[in-house]
Design a protein around this ligand. Structure first.
Ligand SMILES: Nc1ncnc2c1ncn2[C@@H]1O[C@H](COP(=O)(O)OP(=O)(O)OP(=O)(O)O)[C@@H](O)[C@H]1O
Length: 392
């Protein structure tokens, strides 16, 4: 009897130890969070007759996984949610460098604490097919902690890619364009301007036209401008709001410009680029612009507001990062973190861009080399208005 009681006691204390052990990370995380809220004074003060009461954010849930801890918390009414992003440094001091803060709405946040940094993501088309299926113009972003990230450019048009030299922009352009071409090159016309003469040679004979200077680019832009007018008139005549609603929709048009800042003094060019950014979406004409230094004079006003999606690779300082992203996050990416970006669509997310080596891109694109001209003839039949965009 005594022995049975002893065994029972031992078992109970074991269960107790295991339970404490399991809940410990969650309790420790709660207490660290609360300390952070106190240090940053993320609180509002209510005065009663007798005293002042401070209300801090409430921790709604702490989930502990083998590779991460997720903390869901709400800030009280009356606190500006920007204060959480401003104190990211403090959460890093408390929980380590591999954290991510996601704002769910004006009150609710998720703090994710990871054990490991995001790992390199090697490009393999077969691995991404599931993530891009059913998309009209799939833009492969990369790999976040929750998996492969991609979006449909016809839903979120006009992309800005920015980052200092060697941060991963050209590699990202290479993988985005290769994915678009490989997924369905039939419904897309691609025009590229390579003002640094560095990357787009890969797409010669595949894209509809690759140009290397402003004089050649303006010719393309004038044709696209004409096409915008023709498509606009067609929509009006057909009484539909988007080319996708036409009985026989014309192909999408993508204009990619590497190092667009070199064009800032070319008023004619910038004017048409702005026009595309303003009205291109419904007409099926989209932009991908890249630049090393986010140039405030280019990104001012209309164009900046219309570049709805941003990929910010490492930025040299917070001011530049704010021009691209509206937040200083991209300045925190280290020089060694090649291909790591802050991706802004709804909120800002850290994502590792796919690494597609030049030789592998060449292999992937080989079947499309010098085929595009024939395919374009088919477009001309289905879309008579599109003749204006053919080049010799
Ligand atoms: N997604 C990635 N994953 C791993 N390494 C990468 C990735 N992207 C780029 N790199 C590495 O970083 C180097 C520089 O990348 P990339 O040429 O794309 O930079 P960049 O921003 O275009 O530079 P620049 O503005 O000078 O042209 C690459 O040669 C490659 O070694």
């Amino acid at each position: 009897m005594l022995l049975t009681l002893k065994i029972l006691g031992l078992l109970t204390s074991c269960v107790g130890i295991i339970a404490t052990y399991r809940t410990f990370p969650s309790n420790a995380a709660r207490s660290k969070m609360f300390k952070a809220f106190k240090i940053a004074d993320i609180s509002i003060t209510k005065k009663t007759k007798k005293r002042e009461i401070k209300t801090y954010p409430t921790i709604k849930k702490v989930n502990v996984f083998s590779d991460k801890i997720i903390i869901l918390f709400n800030i009280p009414d009356g606190i500006n949610p920007d204060i959480i992003e401003k104190h990211e440094w403090l959460f890093k001091q408390k929980f380590g460098e591999h954290i991510e803060i996601t704002q769910m709405n004006s009150k609710q946040f998720i703090l994710s604490i990871y054990k490991q940094p995001i790992r390199q993501f090697d490009y393999n088309y077969d691995d991404i097919t599931n993530s891009i299926k059913n998309m009209n113009l799939p833009i492969l972003v990369g790999q976040s902690r929750s998996g492969i990230e991609a979006y449909d450019m016809t839903k979120y048009p006009h992309l800005l890619i920015a980052g200092e030299t060697g941060s991963g922009k050209s590699t990202q352009l290479r993988s985005i364009l290769s994915t678009l071409i490989h997924s369905d090159s039939n419904k897309l016309k691609i025009y590229l301007a390579d003002l640094k003469r560095s990357e787009f040679h890969l797409f010669k004979g595949i894209a509809n036209k690759v140009v290397y200077d402003a004089d050649e680019l303006i010719k393309i832009l004038r044709k696209i401008k004409k096409e915008l007018t023709t498509r606009g008139e067609l929509l009006e005549k057909s009484e539909v709001a988007n080319i996708e609603d036409l009985h026989s929709p014309p192909p999408y048009i993508l204009l990619g410009i590497d190092e667009v800042a070199l064009l800032k003094k070319e008023d004619d060019i910038m004017e048409i680029i702005e026009e595309i950014s303003a009205i291109g979406r419904a007409l099926g004409v989209y932009l991908i612009l890249s630049m090393q230094r986010p140039d405030a004079s280019i990104l001012d006003g209309k164009l900046k507001n219309n570049l709805t999606v941003r990929m910010a690779f490492r930025h040299s300082d917070e001011i530049n990062s704010r021009i691209t992203l509206g937040s200083g996050d991209a300045a925190n990416i280290k020089q060694t973190q090649k291909g790591l970006m802050c991706f802004k669509l709804d909120g800002i997310k850290k994502i590792q861009a796919p690494y597609l080596e030049l030789k592998n891109a060449k292999r992937l694109l080989a079947p499309y080399k010098n085929k595009s001209v024939e395919e374009n003839d088919q477009f001309q039949e289905s879309s008579p208005m599109f003749g204006a965009l053919e080049f010799d």
